[in-house]
Write a protein that binds this ligand. Structure first.
Ligand code: NAD
Ligand code: TDX
Length: 337
């Protein structure tokens, strides 16, 4: 089977490409990635020369390029991960989120329709459901109520994907996953940012009162879920993924400090994120039941493993934390304390 993975050079995409090649010997994988600030060819450097892997640098919103790849590579299935993925950036500069997440997704769906690709997996997020109060869980029936430009753009792309299933009878499956952590996550997201700042004795910026809750899942568990959803998901169906690991942000930050052996005095409370969602928590029982999926990693152990990975790959994130990232960091955190 020939599978097009978009965004394969990012965090989840690079973990997925590696897992797919290792566990699906019959697959040939084509990775289409524009290598934005978040995409890093280094993430898959070990696959250079792999006989079942090809990398194409390009934009998912380029219809001619996408059609050319689908045709020439005889693509059977698309796993669509490419996106602008960071909420804070969507508050600073929303336009690119619409271009990539909404228009880019429509371009891919259209190519898949015209060229009769047999399966399309839309990788979405629990953020499309908005924010929860202190109790309750997001199910697949929870109404969509996105609150940031990022989550609104993801909700737009989800709905387009479901509309293509409904209108054109395409085999489209949508997944909505909670917050991921693990190797190769770009150090603008909470966990890798806190690890890297801790290791460098820099302040750890906690938004607001630090009591916002996220439901954490190891990236490998998410990727196994994506393979299962592609292979066993019903057309037009939505599947939530999560690992029942709700934690307050401040708990995470303190845990990370303990793991890197640095004092809590590094914690710095800063101005809150505008429109900050209070709590996310996922009911993944449909995926467990219908896809025979279950998370394998336990949070505290897997977080320790993640910290270890960042210790051992210091060059990887140090190289990232120079260049473009420096300008963003100053814009996001400069004068915010
Ligand atoms: P990421 O930012 O690490 O990676 C995104 C990748 O997409 C990068 O390699 C980037 O170069 C590429 N890309 C961006 N715009 C592109 C374009 N126009 N054309 C081609 N490639 C482009 O993101 P991630 O955290 O790995 O997330 C991957 C997907 O999973 C996204 O769709 C995101 O919404 C979704 N998701 C993420 C999480 C999470 O916790 N990180 C949770 C649920 C869902
Ligand atoms: O410096 C920080 N300080 C802080 O307190 C950062 C970067 C974040 N936070 C808080 C904000 C959130 O409550 O930590 C929490 C997690 O923040 P992010 O890592 O930015 O993730 P989140 O906004 O929850 O979105 C993530 O999960 C869902 C991903 O970035 C999305 O791509 C995914 O869809």
């Amino acid at each position: 089977m020939n599978v097009l993975i978009t965004g394969g050079s990012g965090f989840i995409g690079s973990n997925l490409v590696r897992l797919a090649l290792a566990e699906r010997p019959g697959w040939r994988v084509v990775n289409l990635d524009r290598l934005t600030y978040a995409g890093n060819a280094e993430n898959l450097a070990d696959l250079e020369g792999h006989p079942r892997y090809r990398f194409v640098r390009g934009d998912i919103a380029n219809g001619e390029l996408v059609a050319e790849i689908v045709r020439s590579e005889r693509i059977d299935a698309v796993m669509h991960l490419a996106a602008e993925s960071h909420v804070d950036r969507s508050i600073l500069s929303p336009a690119i989120f619409i271009e990539t997440n909404v228009r880019g997704t429509q371009v891919l769906l259209e190519a898949a329709r015209e060229l009769r690709v047999s399966r399309f997996l839309q990788v979405s997020t629990d953020e499309v459901y908005g924010s929860l109060g202190p109790t309750g869980l997001f199910t697949e029936e929870t109404p969509l109520a996105p609150s940031s430009p990022y989550s609104a753009s993801k909700a737009g792309s989800d709905l387009l994907a479901l509309a293509y299933a409904h209108t054109f009878g395409m085999h489209v499956v949508v997944t909505r996953c909670s917050n991921n952590y693990g190797p190769y996550q770009f150090p603008e997201k909470l966990i890798p940012l806190m690890i890297a700042n801790g290791l460098e004795d820099k302040p750890l910026p906690v938004y607001g009162d630090g009591q916002n809750v996220r439901d954490w899942i190891h990236v490998e568990d998410h990727c196994r879920g994506l393979l299962a959803a592609l292979e066993q998901g019903k057309p037009g169906q939505v599947y939530n993924f999560g690992a029942s690991s709700e934690r307050r942000n401040i708990e995470i930050v303190k845990l990370v400090l303990k793991l890197v052996g640095k004092p809590e005095s590094l914690i710095q409370y800063v101005k809150d994120r505008p429109g900050h969602d209070r709590r996310y928590a996922i009911d993944a029982s449909r995926a467990c039941r219908e896809l025979s999926w279950a998370p394998r990693h336990r949070f505290e152990e897997a977080l320790a493993g993640t910290v270890q990975w960042y210790r051992e790959h210091r060059g990887w994130w140090e190289r990232i934390r120079t260049g473009e990232y420096l300008g963003y960091y100053e814009k996001q955190y400069g004068g915010r304390s």
